[in-house]
Write a protein that binds this ligand. Structure first.
Ligand SMILES: Cc1cc2nc3c(=O)[nH]c(=O)nc-3n(C[C@H](O)[C@H](O)[C@H](O)COP(=O)(O)O)c2cc1C
Length: 183
């Protein structure tokens, strides 16, 4: 038997969603971090990645202006930092200071990456479009980089890396004991 769900929280059916930290710079080169669960690969050729951001976020204005952003895939161990960056605005606080996350220069953009992440996509904004109460920013992936032991033969090493997932209602999980089958 099916029971009727809450349309206002329809996106809960898509959980768990991998939770990422996106870095973006202001026009003085100061870096802000936003936590996102709404993101997706869009195209292989050219390599395009999409992130959905509400115009209410400070990061929205930063990405509109700088036209670049970095996707940082993070392990479960950064759960506190992700919750912090997802519940505070860079308008009024320095999230880097508060979370003690550290930055490293990216290869091709002026926006830096988060060292504690295990994989990074350097994205140049190619288009943005408003859909309802969010804006989809589409970035071309200019460079992709990872920790050297994070992937083997392009497969995430789930024995070593436990990615952070969000399941809604301020609750997170990971793939700690992932079942795995390769065909
Ligand atoms: C787990 C999690 C996922 C989130 N995903 C999104 C998202 O996909 N899009 C969005 O606009 N905000 C999302 N948020 C909310 C922003 O991260 C939050 O409003 C943040 O404080 C904005 O920071 P800023 O004002 O410095 O840009 C999420 C928050 C959490 C905790």
């Amino acid at each position: 038997m099916k029971v009727e769900g809450n349309i206002e929280k329809y996106y809960h059916y898509a959980f768990p969603m991998q939770t990422i930290l996106v870095t973006c710079n202001d026009d003085k080169g100061k870096t802000n971090i936003i936590t996102l669960a709404w993101h997706t690969p869009i195209s292989r050729k050219p390599p395009l990645y999409g992130i959905s951001i509400s115009p209410k976020r400070y990061s929205y204005a930063l990405i509109k202006k700088s036209k670049e952003f970095i996707i940082n895939f993070i392990p479960y161990s950064l759960v506190n930092a992700a919750q912090f960056c997802g519940t505070h605005s860079g308008r009024s606080i320095d999230k880097l200071c508060k979370t003690k996350l550290t930055l490293a220069p990216s290869k091709k953009l002026s926006t830096p990456l988060i060292k504690e992440g295990y994989a990074h996509l350097e994205c140049k904004l190619v288009r943005s479009a408003r859909f309802g109460d969010h804006t989809l920013f589409v970035g071309e992936v200019i460079t992709a980089s990872t920790d050297e032991d994070a992937f083997k033969n392009e497969l995430l090493r789930t024995d070593k890396i436990h990615p952070l997932y969000y399941i809604g209602e301020n609750t997170y999980t990971t793939l700690d004991r992932a079942k795995r089958k390769t065909f």
